[in-house]
Design a protein. Structure first.
Length: 146
């Protein structure tokens, strides 16, 4: 189930590329809708990155310092010590604004197109996914090596 969710989010890269490509012809040839294509592209990018950071961590595809010589417990504890305070602060400081944005269905400020609230939700989702991944890694390494 989780793998399908990450795969679905990865598929947002295709419409993102199409929307970014479409901006030029829309602006130059059609002379309309390029800003709307940009707004929709921003939403696709935000949601794809919210899942992409955790997907890259799960796959071990991030650029990281050479921790291959360290014990899994050391790495998981280090990740948790870095991620947990950051995630806690972001959840604490963004939950109110994100909830307000969702309640009012916040629009893009420049264009007043609907959907800006989805970018705020994607920020919150990114933090939750990274937090859960760090906690799962900590639990996995400490329970396996106990």
């Amino acid at each position: 189930m989780l793998r399908l969710l990450f795969l679905s989010a990865a598929c947002l890269v295709l419409p993102l590329a199409g929307l970014l490509f479409a901006q030029w012809p829309l602006r130059e040839l059609v002379q309309a809708y390029s800003v709307q294509a940009n707004d929709l592209g921003q939403i696709c990018f935000a949601v794809a990155m919210a899942f992409g950071v955790t997907a890259a961590s799960r796959a071990g595809a991030h650029l990281v310092a050479g921790h291959h010589r360290r014990s899994p417990r050391f790495v998981a504890t280090g990740v948790a010590l870095c991620v947990l305070p950051w995630a806690g602060f972001l959840l604490w400081s963004t939950t109110g604004p994100v909830w307000q944005s969702v309640r009012t269905l916040e629009k893009f400020p420049e264009t007043l197109d609907p959907g800006y609230f989805l970018i705020r939700v994607a920020l919150w989702l990114l933090v939750v996914l990274v937090l859960l991944h760090a906690l799962a890694g900590l639990r996995r390494t400490w329970s396996r090596n106990a």
